[in-house]
Design a binder for this molecule. Sequence first.
Ligand code: FES
Length: 151
Amino acid sequence: MITDQNTLRRELRAKFPRNHGQLLPALHFLQREFGYLPDWGMEVVGWHLGIPASEVYGAATSYTELRIEDPGDTVVRVCTALSCLVQGSADILSALEEELAPDPTDSRFTLEETACGFLCGTAPAIEINGRWYGRLDAQSAVELVRNSTHD
Ligand code: FES
């Protein structure tokens, strides 16, 4: 478990050669460890790879699969690729925005759109904390998200 800069430095040294091409793999590793990219972790990645912090931050904010803010306890991702869109994912997204938005200071949820999850046969599909669910409508998606917070 990585708890500080020294531990992260050791992990990076063991896993990633010190070259520019390792930036994205190292950022993905960091996100797997923490669920997002903490500032101090990006600094250590930059130091290890010899890349300026501005470039590390630029990469971290350029890729939609990377996030620089703590996502909270529940990450809900709605597929908005073609099959899901045709089957009503826009309605699901609107319903979840309405459901999750009443308190903007509530940091328990992160709601995102996502590209195809390759479950097109069960469209529309959403992902909650890494687990996919399909054949939903707006109401069942809202209930699913509500219930997922009580696990
Ligand atoms: S289009 Fe949504 S899972 Fe493929």
